[in-house]
Design a protein around this ligand. Sequence first.
Ligand code: NAD
Length: 492
Amino acid sequence: MKRYRLHIDGQAVDPQGDAWFETQNPFTGQAWAEIPRGDARDVDRAVQAAHRALTSGPWAEMTATQRGALMHRLGDLIARDAARLAATEVRDNGKLLAEMQGQLHYIPQWFYYYGGLADKIQGSTLPLDKKGYFAFTRHEPVGVVAAITPWNSPLLLAAWKIAPALAAGCTIVIKPSEFTSASTLEFAELFDEAGFPPGVFNVVTGFGAEVGTPLVEHPLVNKISFTGSDATGRLINEKAARLLKHTAMELGGKSPNIVFDDADLEQAVFGAVSGIFAATGQTCIAGSRLLVQDSIHDAFVEKLLAVARTARMGDPMDPATQVGPVTTPPQYKKVLAYIDIARSEGARMVLGGEKGNAPECGQGWFVQPTIFTGVRNDMRIAQEEVFGPVLSVIRFKEEADALRIANDVRFGLAAAVWTKDIGRAIRMSERLQAGTVWVNTYRAVSFMAPFGGYKDSGLGRENGIDAVREYLQTKSVWINSGAVAGNPFVLR
Ligand code: NAD
């Protein structure tokens, strides 16, 4: 079995505790590699290395243009190794090879975009209310960044943090999810090959309590950039508040996908299906609440079922597979438990609802694509994030009704509206409480478009030009150009 090593200060090293844990393939249910079980000692070593790289040596001395050039080289290496890294992701998280290849071929763009931005970070000269001074601002790296990532799209979500942080001049210690650490460890090797100085990018793998906690609490960590569940995000944010650290939080969602009766229904059906069943529903932006206007409800559900029924489960490495397994055993149990909850709440199950036990599912952790109709928005199945292939269909009467239901949830990550009425599209996009609103599409994301949550879905934004500000702090510099200092003990 393959045994991985930590990546600290430009070197592959064994964990100080000399301990490893097994990682499993969600399709076979079998262990396929050993991941280092890091602890506080490894965290300290990695943070010290990141702090050294931040404050002295070649990274600290480099011009922003040189930083950008390194990032471009890294992007090229990711593109070169996209197939290998995608295969590692599939082995570890069970998502479809086609999706992971798509992500890996897209990730270099984050490094090209933010690499290009590195030497365009400018301060400004300040108009002042005082004579005899010249003042300007500098935007400096916020410091050592602790990046903590989830299991659903390990490298893509890591790139959303790493690329703007590097552009800003920060150094990084990343802790990937204990369920999907392998790809981040392989990714780290590309930093050395690209020519990044040691200590700029470090990976410590392990569990939340053993690696995440000491990383969050380390005095030399200045910023915590977290993607994961809102429960863990809250915990980290509480600690960070006490320790006065900067944070960015990308948390969960319960996004409404709203279909009006004037929509292109065929397109809306595809949007609804990809919104919930792509990635086996394991995306923060899953369109898990489908709001359908009363007048078309029954016909639309019929069309939806006709497409959803054709979903083919199976080996995620097989290009013919459309729905893969759930990534982790606890998540698998959680999704099945939510199906039971929805039934007991009185929702009507019109598709799926069982473990996937067809022969092509092998020993994998499969849940059938599942659809509930007759869902009321106050049911748990409509309010809580399932993070699996479970869709709740909710009826609405008119626009105001749709808006009220859509916003009546504690999350606010994304929302979609399907309509041909441009006025309605604009009104809805103004009033929906979500960080991203799509009109007549679903799931579109880009390195160029800010992404993040309203309400309990998070704090801060990733992607787009402004994301680099998450990793900067501003300094004001005052220069005396002619003001004369008087005796400070004599009041004027
Ligand atoms: P999780 O919160 O369980 O874990 C996320 C990471 O935090 C893991 O690396 C974990 O080891 C670490 N962690 C756990 N306890 C910790 C602690 N006490 N201190 C520090 N780190 C700790 O989330 P998950 O189950 O891996 O991911 C699924 C969740 O992520 C879903 O809620 C999903 O919506 C969310 N998510 C959000 C986005 C987004 O951009 N908004 C994207 C993807 C996933």
